[in-house]
Design a protein around this ligand. Structure first.
Ligand SMILES: *Cc1c(COP(=O)(O)O)cnc(C)c1O
Length: 395
């Protein structure tokens, strides 16, 4: 190893370990379902993004197996050479239909989508107005484009309007975009899309909504844009196929000419191998299940409501979530980590999230209920919260 690399790694790894910031990764022994096994111990799982329980759904598993039998395990090439299977086209048609747009394009992940789509249209002569709490992949995607990034205060529409106005009047930029998460993952709040669309119209902004935590959750599963009836107003509807959809991948849905452009200009589509046939078949099955019935989405929301009510009754601060995401705000960073460790020891796998992921003093346990949790599991989890909350003097 180069000396310079060795000293870089030693110094930085040590510094993280000394500060207690080195993340030891827990290993799950088996499926990521409503309960999981870690170190031989069964735990109620309140940390996955598998909102609808589809990651372990039998219909999805069967669809993947059938596709593997017919197509094999790999797509064999990037999409633009000969990695585009009829399965990919069928999925993209289904996604467009589901999202109510003219067309859709799929990618290898939601993260990849943001690497692909932003820099396919924005460049150094442009500006991007970005919500301060946007996901890391949005931030990186914006940086990659080399456009000027103008952050606005979280969901602060006056700040967005002022900054859009100033940017427009400066005459410095050829194109301007506003970009936001649809559902913010740390607090579970929803972007103010109707106002964002209004501001976008006023200042001629391209609109880009990454609905990773809304896909399969809000708008009876069709996402936050659908919830507000803004399918025709939002230029880029980004989603993930890795969270509620239960598999892996991402997509952009929008006008046909936008999708045509992404097919010739977005680099992860051009230079990274296509999603595997098994995954594509499982994703397509998941969308079919969501189209056919809202049963899983309804169950998810009911479980979210039930968990929130249980924690609130005990006296926990559960923030102002508008989605099943249920933060339990502890405050102090050290206490939050201790709380999470005690929950895990008692049988609930729920992780602490602290500064810098959330503001200082707002450390929290983030609970992700899913459609697959039973009442018994949620009751047991709330009981453990009561025990740990009293023990640590939080309630
Ligand atoms: C999780 C998430 C992603 C990444 O999606 P993957 O499919 O897991 O890569 C992108 N954007 C947002 C807003 C997310 O929450």
């Amino acid at each position: 190893m180069a000396k310079v690399l060795e000293s870089f790694l030693d110094e930085n790894l040590n510094s993280l370990r000394v500060q207690g910031l080195y993340n030891e990764i827990d290993v799950v022994e088996g499926a990521n379902g409503p309960t999981i096994q870690i170190n031989g111990k069964d735990l109620i799982n309140l940390s996955s993004n598998n909102y609808l329980g589809l990651a372990t759904n039998n219909l999805l598993k069967q669809a993947a197996k059938n596709a593997i039998d017919k197509y094999g395990v790999g797509a064999g090439a990037v999409r633009t050479i000969n990695g585009t299977l009829d399965l990919h086209i069928a999925l993209e048609e289904k996604l467009a239909e589901f999202k109510g747009t003219e067309a859709a394009i799929s990618y290898q992940s939601g993260f990849n989508c943001n690497m692909a789509a932003i820099s396919a249209v924005m460049d150094k002569d442009d500006a991007i107005l970005s919500d301060q709490l946007n996901h890391a992949s949005i931030i990186d995607g914006c940086r990659l484009s080399k456009a000027k990034i103008i952050a606005y205060n979280h969901s602060d529409m006056d700040d967005l309007r002022e900054k859009a106005k100033a940017a427009k009047e400066s005459g410095l930029y050829k194109k301007m975009m506003v970009i936001t998460d649809g559902v913010f993952s740390m607090d579970g709040d929803i972007a103010k899309l109707p106002e964002i669309v209004q501001i976008a119209k006023q200042f001629d902004l391209i609109t880009y909504v990454d609905n990773a935590h809304g896909s399969g959750v809000t708008g009876t599963g069709k996402g936050t844009v659908k919830q507000f009836g803004l399918e025709k107003e939002i230029d880029f509807q980004i989603g993930t196929l890795s969270k509620a959809v239960g598999v892996v991948g991402g997509y952009v849905a929008g006008k046909k000419k936008l999708i045509d452009w992404l097919k010739v200009r977005s680099r992860p589509f051009l230079f990274s191998t296509a999603v595997t046939p098994g995954d594509v078949a499982a994703i397509t099955k998941a969308i079919e299940i969501m189209e056919r019935s809202s049963e899983l989405v309804d169950q998810l929301w009911e479980n979210g409501r039930y968990l929130k009510e249980g924690l609130k009754k005990l006296g926990f601060n559960i923030g102002a979530s508008e989605t099943p995401i249920t933060p339990c705000i502890i405050g102090d960073e050290k206490l939050t980590q201790l709380f999470s460790n005690r929950l895990i020891q008692e049988g609930v796998y729920a992780k602490g999230i602290v500064f810098p992921t959330v503001p200082k003093g707002t450390g929290r346990i983030r609970n992700m209920p899913t459609a697959a949790h039973t009442r018994e599991m949620l009751d047991k989890a709330v009981g453990i919260y009561k025990k740990v909350g009293e023990e640590l003097g939080v309630i």
